[in-house]
Design a binder for this molecule. Structure first.
Ligand code: GTP
Ligand code: MG
Length: 344
């Protein structure tokens, strides 16, 4: 494969699931920080975005991932709220995603927002895997930090293994009731046809190497088969949040899912009354592994390619709306772009 990995689009991975099932904790484990500690009542109230580079993924996945096998630059994770009042945010996160992780607490099992998330995934035909989270809470669990699931599974007593199996098979049964053929991930051959269930603990990191390996495999295959995406064309994205940023005025936290945005681009952004036409003043990029929602130090960049979380500073953004489309004009006709934004 002679392609330049930087020219491939970063896949967008949405993390969905019922409230408190551990979506943010799982991302925290992956990025080694603690976003949940900064959240009001530890309930996620916004969509977040975190870019995880390939080298970090392969260092967590260890022997399971050989970076030479992959030509993706990494993964962009979108955290979504599980609380029932955030349906729109969940469907927005689900709609942006190329692939998804549905997080299910092994003790709590399927809950209303688990079913809602499944509906979103079904409607958008997004390939996904299930992270059966909190395996460390199975009574008698013998934790071994950050191990692949096979190793930690081997080191449990028969009794504990049986308890875990029961819960995993219940989840597999629930998926089947919803019309998804599912199995433990190591038995799945085709992840687009069958849903793989990966036992994990966001607390101890057990199974996280497996989860990342499966995500990389799924996205690599999916991106190659389904998307020959031009990452150099005019950028297309969605506003996650409209925010005041010291020294920059109103900014929009944006998920760029196609093309590029440059620091000298003209943009059309969906507004409360009518599309906003504006010129980029600055592109502010969160550090790798940083959550855009809580990041305070940004790097000014000249250009960013999809997929990425990027804070855009520009005049006239006061009427921009979360969920609104963002489109780069560049060498196209401004009226055409305005029409596209109105049509979305
Ligand atoms: P919302 O954003 O509100 O939908 O919740 P969430 O899914 O992001 O859940 P969060 O990561 O905030 O975790 C909820 C609670 O479960 C926290 O107290 C976590 O510490 C705990 N938790 C998450 N994952 C695990 C796990 O694997 N094991 C254990 N023991 N606790 C966990
Ligand atoms: Mg959360």
């Amino acid at each position: 494969d002679t392609r330049d990995p930087t020219s491939l689009r970063t896949p967008i991975v949405a993390v969905l699931g019922h409230v408190d099932h551990g979506k943010t904790s799982l991302l925290d484990k992956i990025r080694g920080s603690a976003v949940i500690e900064g959240e009001a009542g530890a309930i996620t109230q916004h969509i977040g975005a975190t870019a995880v580079p390939l080298d970090i993924i392969s260092s967590i996945a260890g022997d399971l991932v050989d970076p030479d096998d992959f030509d993706l630059p990494g993964l962009l994770f979108i955290d979504t709220p599980g609380h029932h009042s955030f349906t729109t945010l969940r469907s927005r996160g689900g709609a942006l995603a190329d692939i998804a992780i549905l997080v299910v607490d092994v003790n709590d099992g399927f809950q209303p927002q688990t079913l809602e998330a499944l509906d979103i995934l079904r409607r958008s035909q997004t390939p996904f895997i299930v992270a059966a989270n909190k395996i460390d809470t199975v009574p008698g669990w013998n934790a071994s930090e950050d191990s692949p699931i096979n190793d930690t599974y081997e080191s449990q007593s028969d009794r504990v293994r049986q308890r875990l199996d029961e819960r995993l098979y219940e989840i597999i049964g629930n998926l089947s009731d919803e019309g998804f053929s599912a199995d433990l991930y190591w038995r799945v051959q085709n992840f687009q046809r069958n849903v793989g269930v990966v036992p994990v603990s966001a607390m101890t990191g057990e199974g996280v190497p497996d989860l990342l390996t499966v995500m990389m495999g799924l996205s690599q295959r999916y991106m190659k088969e389904e998307m020959e995406i031009d990452v150099t064309g005019p950028g297309v994205g969605t506003v996650l949040e409209v925010k005041e940023e010291k020294g920059f005025g109103t900014t929009i936290d944006t998920v760029l899912y196609d093309g590029t945005i440059r620091a000298d681009d003209q943009l059309v952004v969906g507004g409360m009354n009518e599309p906003i036409v504006t010129d980029v003043r600055a592109l502010l990029q969160p550090r790798p592994l940083a959550e855009i929602r809580t990041e305070s130090r940004f790097e000014k960049v000249d250009e960013v390619s999809a997929a990425a979380g990027i804070k855009v500073a520009a005049p006239e953004l006061a009427n921009a709306m979360a969920g609104a489309p963002v489109r780069v004009v560049r060498d196209r006709d401004l009226d055409d772009v305005i029409e596209e934004v109105q049509a979305e």
